[in-house]
Design a protein around this ligand. Structure first.
Ligand SMILES: [Fe+2]
Ligand SMILES: [Fe+2]
Length: 398
């Protein structure tokens, strides 16, 4: 979730910034939503309070403004409303599936607090007459603490499993392209760890220009899309991925808990630069084409295009911190080398057995294709115990 601006309601007259009465109440409004300990309240706060208030403010502006004098803002508001309606549609469906009446009843006082904040602020735009209320912080009475440890739901039952090395398989010439597309769907789906890691960089990096947060959020959104491409790929093959494919979170967990934000960005930059040469994203796209799986080829085409943009974002926001590109790359490599992956330790602690789930998934795909499994592919059994995801000179996922 994006952090709200420190002073949410300010007006600018001829470039001069004037604090607006009620901005403190809006600050509490967003702090409360940020600090809520439950998913249910987070959904209600965002999708039943914050976004509808923003939508109403944009509509009000459209109604009240002079269409000629303020045409650029009118145009902007209209486009923003399209996206806000998309977000609301997602939110309404999420609330309907996750929030029941008893949870709503438990949160009654808190929901009233949010309404009081908006009323006291004269609404989100400050355009209404403020109605003074007694505002007392609840969840945000203690300042919000960002939790770097990724959380996943029941679709990820074995999050420490590093039993199937996707890259060794993908770059082994003895295997045909068809099973490689299945492994690439896994590589895409596993990318859910990139938004988990990027969210921590964005949250813990303050005082950058607005464009930094816009670019980094665009990339985070792309990485979430890449993970969904993997999910769609498995669904297209009739594979029940939450039961069959063990998607780990070890990369985001390790980077978030062991490295500083700039060091995490360094690792991301190092990986993404490694995706540009011929054996990176181009190779994955060529495998997709050669496999005659149109969905895989399409996804890899757009995945590659997105990575070109990400490499540019890295040049704009990470590279500038260094004297030269070589130094920036070397630092990224060094930061990644410092990250400890406790492969054996996790097994000893009983967190995972690093079970080889590949043969089951491959058999499901063969059933879908109506072909007999290839014995060599079926026997694939290389883990991440000794080989880093980028194979030192091959590639990682981002
Ligand atoms: Fe990606
Ligand atoms: Fe990327």
């Amino acid at each position: 979730m994006c952090r709200p601006p420190r002073h949410p309601a300010r007006r600018f007259a001829h470039g001069e910034e004037i604090p607006v009465e009620g901005s403190h109440d809006l600050e509490i409004f967003f702090d409360e939503i940020l600090s809520t300990p439950t998913t249910e309240e987070l959904l209600v706060g965002l999708y039943e309070k914050a976004l509808p208030a923003l939508k109403a403010a944009l509509e009000r502006h459209l109604n009240e403004t002079n269409m000629l004098a303020d045409q650029p803002s009118v145009r902007l508001c209209r486009f923003a409303l399209i996206e806000i309606d998309d977000m609301l549609e997602f939110g309404i469906r999420s609330v309907a599936s996750l929030v029941d009446d008893s949870q709503r009843e438990n949160s009654r006082n808190w929901i009233s607090l949010l309404e009081d904040c908006l009323a006291a602020a004269g609404d989100i735009s400050g355009a209404q007459e403020p109605s003074p209320r007694q505002i007392k912080r609840q969840h945000s009475a203690v300042p919000y603490q960002y939790d770097r440890i990724p959380r996943r739901d029941e679709r990820f039952p074995d999050p420490y499993n590093m039993g199937v090395n996707a890259e060794v398989f993908l770059y082994d010439e003895k295997f045909r392209p068809e099973p490689k597309t299945v492994m690439m769907f896994y590589k895409r789906l596993r990318e859910v760890d990139v938004p988990e890691m990027m969210a921590s960089i964005i949250t813990e990096t303050s005082d950058k220009p607005w464009d930094y947060y816009r670019d980094m959020t665009r990339q985070l959104w792309d990485e979430a899309r890449h993970a969904m491409m993997g999910e769609a790929g498995f669904v297209s093959l009739g594979i029940d991925w939450p039961r069959r494919v063990m998607v780990n979170f070890t990369w985001s967990l390790a980077l978030n808990t062991q490295l500083k934000p700039i060091e995490r960005h360094a690792v991301l930059y190092f990986i993404e630069q490694g995706l540009m040469p011929k054996n990176g994203k181009r190779f994955e796209w060529e495998v997709g084409l050669a496999s005659h799986n149109p969905l895989s080829a399409l996804f890899q085409d757009y995945d590659w295009a997105d990575e070109v943009l990400h490499a540019r974002i890295g040049r704009d926001w990470y590279l500038k911190e260094f004297k030269n590109p070589q130094e920036a790359i070397r630092y990224g490599d060094e930061c990644w080398s410092r990250v400890l992956m406790n492969w054996e330790n996790w097994r000893q602690k009983g967190l995972t057995q690093h079970r080889n789930w590949w043969p089951d998934v491959y058999c499901d795909a063969c059933k879908h294709w109506g072909v007999e499994p290839d014995a060599q592919v079926l026997a694939y059994n290389t883990t991440y115990q000794t080989v880093r995801a980028d194979l030192k000179g091959l590639t990682g996922s981002a």
